[in-house]
Design a protein around this ligand. Structure first.
Ligand code: PMP
Length: 373
């Protein structure tokens, strides 16, 4: 799409901070191998398709009515899933859901950010964070991660003390680097946040949490001792449900209650709730697939390193690799061969999502051709 000529200057009272901005989003190109937005490469199985379709049919019979505003059945199912996935016991009152974790985090900023307040994160990180801040008129501050994309607990503590944010956003595993945070780092930030006058909510964004390597804990385990912690998850990645738009979080009931105030009424459609619940019933088989994606990821990291590329350690379903003098030329070369990856992160790096074995093979062949390595 090309932008229409601007005939609105002086007509539409666009907020000054939005003038000239483009909507967020990676190019959606029609090529054979799509490895650019960290989707799950596996379409839902026929068993999932059948159950989702039946659940949607049931929901359709009630579509003359507004949906359950508090989606209690879905919250119970999410609590049960997290109990199995992370061994953490949660009450449904501790769960919240929305149309993708993007909307969950917007709710967080709507409730805890706002004019005169600051949101803090550590770059390079997910590029939507400053947009949530902008859209809620929250000031945005980005500290830095270390050269290896880890986060130094002392530096993080100092940044929280210096900026006194009301919200800290920590992606773990981080996008676009794949880096997971050790529990000690999250605890350091939580401790510093507890000292911020007026309070500070720490959001650990675990959109890629299910892909973490063995031994890496989930921040869910920290919930019992930290009423100012929110752990965000999504069904877009591990569940292969990006098109359904279901994200959720776990936090103390009082924190969830604050989100209930800012959400639009009936924000989660009856169809969305039905789809999510039907997919959650298939969690065991979907998690087995996550296991094979993790193995593919680890093999891809080894292969790239074997070819002499720099590769960030990854606990996610993607890999940041480089470094290239002209990363755009490498990106274009891959695209010319039918493989779409993402130009994102610090200069010199590219990010590739973990695909099916066939897609990964196509990526490797193309990369060898383009770089000659
Ligand atoms: N957090 C991170 C770190 C992400 O990379 C993404 C998606 N790319 C999201 C949140 C949002 O995902 P969704 O809205 O599909 O849940």
């Amino acid at each position: 799409m090309t932008a229409a000529p601007d005939r609105t200057a002086g007509v539409l009272p666009l907020r000054p901070e939005l003038v000239g901005l483009e909507p967020y989003g990676a190019p959606q190109l029609d090529v054979p191998v799509l490895l650019n937005v960290n989707e799950n490469p596996y379409a839902p199985s026929e068993a999932v398709v059948a159950d989702v379709a039946a659940a949607v049919a049931d929901a359709t019979r009630t579509l003359n009515r507004y949906p359950d505003r508090d989606f209690l059945a879905l919250r119970e199912d999410l609590a049960a899933y997290l109990r199995t996935e992370s061994g953490v016991d949660l009450d449904p009152a501790q769960l919240w859901a929305a149309n993708g974790s993007n909307e969950v985090m917007l709710h967080l900023l709507q409730a805890f950010g706002g004019p005169g307040r600051t949101a803090l994160s550590f770059a390079p990180t997910y590029s939507m964070y400053p947009e949530y801040a902008r859209d809620t008129s929250t000031a945005w501050v980005a500290g830095r991660r270390a050269e290896d994309f880890s986060l130094d607990p002392d530096a993080a503590r100092a940044a929280v003390a210096e900026h006194a944010p009301s919200v800290v956003l920590l992606a773990s595993p981080n996008n676009p680097t794949g880096t997971a945070l050790p529990a000690a780092t999250v605890v350091a930030v939580l401790d510093a946040a507890a000292q911020v006058p007026g309070g500070c909510v720490v959001v650990v964004d675990e959109a890629y949490g299910e892909f973490r390597r063995a031994g890496t804990p989930s921040a869910l385990e920290l919930l019992p001792d930290h009423p100012h912690l929110a752990v965000s998850r999504t069904m877009s990645k591990a569940f292969g449900l990006a098109g359904a738009r279901v994200g959720y979080l776990a936090a103390a009931p009082a924190l969830v209650d604050a989100l209930r105030v800012v959400r639009l009424p009936y924000h989660l459609s009856a169809v969305t709730q039905a789809v999510a619940r039907a997919a959650l019933a298939h969690a065991p088989e979907l998690m087995a697939q996550v296991g094979s994606l993790r193995d593919e990821r680890d093999a891809l990291v080894l292969w790239l390193r074997g070819r002499g590329f720099d590769v960030a350690d990854s606990d996610a379903n993607f890999v940041l690799f480089g470094r290239f003098d002209d990363r755009r030329a490498v990106w274009q070369g891959l695209l010319d061969r039918g493989v779409l990856v993402r130009v994102v992160g610090p200069d010199g790096w590219l990010r590739v999502s973990v695909g099916t074995p066939a897609e990964t093979a196509a990526f490797k062949d193309a990369l060898v051709e383009v770089t000659g390595r």
